[in-house]
Design a binder for this molecule. Structure first.
Ligand SMILES: [Zn+2]
Length: 253
């Protein structure tokens, strides 16, 4: 039973048995792994606050060849986002980030880019608040890294440049179409929303935040992207609804 040491981000945890926790974490080198933290729910647990949502930690765990679950031996906190979670809306945004990541990543598929994206996103929520812009950037890049997002500025059937055209898409499908190639049931998506998406995918989050895109189109591209993600994971994201319901008061930056 070799002991592994790695950097990791805690995605989600669930109570297990009397005092244990089942932990889903993103190992920076290995990808998403599930393991058991013995005694993590007992008072004076040695895990302390290292298993909080999106905690960035150093982790030591034992792999067992015949079992899917690893045994988590020790964790050390590198960066905590517990301070961010004190704000309810920010906590909901972080929950959406962790739920999306936990759902889209295959088990043990290396995902260093997603690892960096989570840290960037959580830090941005800490400094910029739980804005839709940050969540749109996170969701667009998650879909792009998953290979589920094509170009947002060309018709995916005929290749026509869509910057001057009305564009259409079918809910859950990433493909954007021109008026000639659209399916009958397709709905329009605004040029401004697609432009927010193109800007997000061609530059940094800082640049996108500086451009401060309008809330309407940002919400539109976020919603389009979350539909694409939900279609790929074949389920609804539980925290999406909470995030969208709270949206009237937040995300208007
Ligand atoms: Zn076309």
């Amino acid at each position: 039973m070799p002991l592994k040491e790695s950097e990791a981000i805690i995605l989600r945890t669930f109570p297990l048995g009397e005092g244990d926790r089942l932990v889903s974490f993103l190992d920076r080198q290995v990808g998403r792994v599930r393991g058991v933290a013995r005694g993590a729910r007992l008072p004076k647990s040695r895990f302390g606050s290292t298993l909080e949502m999106l905690a960035y930690i150093r982790i030591w765990y034992f792999e067992r060849e015949t079992r899917e679950l690893v045994r988590i031996n020790q964790c050390e906190l590198i960066e905590s986002f517990m301070d961010v979670q004190k704000d309810y809306s920010s906590a909901v945004a972080l929950a959406l980030v962790s739920e999306i990541t936990d759902s889209v990543l295959g088990e043990r598929e290396a995902a260093d880019a997603q690892f960096r994206l989570i840290l960037l996103t959580a830090r941005a929520i800490r400094s910029a608040g739980p804005s839709q812009v940050v969540l749109a950037y996170f969701s667009l890049w998650t879909a792009r890294l998953g290979g589920w997002l094509g170009p947002l500025d060309r018709c995916s059937r005929c290749g026509k440049n869509l910057q001057l055209e009305t564009s259409f898409h079918s809910s859950g499908f990433a493909e954007i179409h021109c008026a000639d190639c659209r399916d009958d049931w397709a709905t329009p998506i605004s040029k401004e929303a697609l432009s927010v998406g193109t800007t997000a995918l061609s530059g940094t989050l800082d640049r996108l935040l500086k451009e401060s895109p309008r809330p309407g189109p940002t919400k539109e591209i976020l919603s389009y992207t979350l539909d694409v993600l939900e279609r790929h994971i074949e389920k609804k994201l539980i925290s999406r609804k909470t995030f969208e319901n709270g949206e009237s008061g937040i995300g208007e930056i």
